[in-house]
Design a protein around this ligand. Structure first.
Ligand SMILES: Cc1cc2nc3c(=O)[nH]c(=O)nc-3n(C[C@H](O)[C@H](O)[C@H](O)COP(=O)(O)OP(=O)(O)OC[C@H]3O[C@@H](n4cnc5c(N)ncnc54)[C@H](O)[C@@H]3O)c2cc1C
Length: 389
């Protein structure tokens, strides 16, 4: 009876989105906005990297070289203000979007001194600040900092608030969400996906979207692997004029500080190739605290609030895998690695346009799965044990 009920429900779905993290929820929202009937199947919202992230919108501070990935990231950054506004109007939830700019200090003059490293354009404003200017921009920095880059167009979003808003928004637009179930395998016949088997029975739809983040390699033979990131937060004293405070993101070599408007400061992040091994470790916490105090010494006295960790979906070239798959009705939206929050609006738009309007944006070309075919972890889709014929 139960299986039949699910089949009836699944037949009323145009698109089945597998994974309810940043990419899955935003894509479901966009698809529903374009008139599709959408169902999201997800194992666990809380484990999504969406919750673990720092929420930096940092295509410039990340130092991405000119090319398709930088273009994609800049494109998404420019979508953010309107995208967030729509989400906030729909849900009434403040997502903490803050165009605060990002400051990237350097500790010694050298290759990072005011050279041509970052050439400013109207789309990518950047400014080298010398030792005095950087202290005017952000008092309290380590005395050994000799200067730094200022990226006024980079910023941040409060990704936990964003998670809440996306969750509320998809339900408001009629997306059906099923949580606490695991998609175990895709079933296929020739070039078509015919269904998915899950811990709660089988589901069918006309089109499927794979948006399972770091876990994507468990469903399809694509080279997406987890890259663990540990984080912690401290509470900045507020309302005391005599106390120094952070009012922009500070992006160091190994550590970054992301001050939220409510005074919480996110300190991130480790980057560890340790599979899905859970937990915060003493070494992870030590390196974060050391890095944070080194960047901004006043923080040493602020109370620690929370520690957590998450898994970035990493690909060999650190670019996402977007668009068509070898299956006519399976679309890939995964592998966003360390820029998935930034890339959420543009991914949702590109994937929804592809599915609903068959619009194949040229931007997608460079992110096609086939570029990674020869990589370890990528085997022939058709011969994969993950797919049941
Ligand atoms: C510590 C850390 C800091 C980061 N900081 C930033 C940042 O500052 N800026 C930025 O842009 N990005 C950042 N990122 C990266 C960003 O968080 C990710 O790229 C993004 O969240 C990926 O989104 P996703 O939807 O693909 O995956 P996720 O958000 O991880 O969601 C995947 C979902 O799929 C579900 N799922 C997995 N397997 C199955 C299955 N078999 N069946 C059903 N459901 C399944 C999971 O339960 C999960 O809910 C950070 C990540 C980490 C870990």
């Amino acid at each position: 009876m139960q299986a039949q009920g699910m089949l009836e429900m699944s037949l009323s779905t145009d698109v089945l989105v597998i994974g309810g993290g940043a990419i899955g929820l935003a894509t479901a929202l966009e698809l529903a906005g374009q008139g599709a009937k959408v169902t999201v199947l997800s194992r666990n919202f809380a484990e999504a990297a969406l919750h673990a992230a720092a929420g930096m919108l940092a295509p410039q501070a990340e130092g991405l070289p000119p090319g398709p990935m930088l273009d994609l990231c800049l494109g998404s950054r420019s979508l953010y203000p309107a995208w967030i506004e729509r989400l906030e109007i729909l849900t009434g939830i403040d997502c903490g979007y803050w165009n605060c700019g990002i400051l990237a200090p350097v500790f010694s003059a050298g290759s990072d001194s005011p050279s041509e490293k970052f050439s400013a354009t109207s789309a990518t404003p950047s400014l080298w600040l010398d030792s005095n200017s950087i202290r005017q921009q952000q008092p309290g920095l380590n005395q050994q900092i000799t200067g730094g880059w200022w990226f006024p167009a980079d910023g941040q979003v409060d990704n936990r608030r964003l998670a809440k808003a996306l969750r509320v928004a998809v339900e408001q637009v009629g997306v059906t969400i099923h949580e606490n179930l695991i998609v175990q395998a895709l079933q296929c016949s020739g070039q078509q996906i015919t269904g998915v088997s899950t811990t709660a029975g089988e589901w069918q739809a006309a089109t499927y979207v794979l948006a399972t983040g770091a876990w994507s390699g468990q469903i399809l033979p694509i080279p997406v692997v987890p890259r663990k990131g540990q984080m912690l937060s401290v509470q900045m004293p507020l309302g005391d004029e005599t106390t120094q405070s952070l009012h922009q993101v500070i992006f160091g070599d190994r550590t970054y500080l992301v001050p939220r408007r409510d005074g919480q400061v996110i300190v991130g992040a480790t980057s560890e190739p340790v599979g899905f091994s859970p937990g915060n470790t003493p070494e992870g916490m030590r390196s974060l605290l050391e890095g944070a105090i080194n960047l901004y010494p006043p923080l040493r006295d602020w109370p620690i609030q929370e520690c957590w960790w998450g898994f970035r979906p990493a690909t060999p070239d650190e670019w996402p895998i977007l668009g068509p798959s070898p299956y006519q009705n399976l679309v890939l939206a995964t592998g966003h690695y360390r820029n998935g929050i930034l890339l959420t609006p543009i991914t949702a738009r590109l994937i929804a346009d592809l599915i609903v309007h068959k619009k194949h944006d040229p931007l997608l070309e460079d992110f096609h799965w086939s570029r990674l075919e020869a990589q370890p972890g990528a085997s022939n889709f058709e011969t994969s044990a993950a797919l049941r014929k």
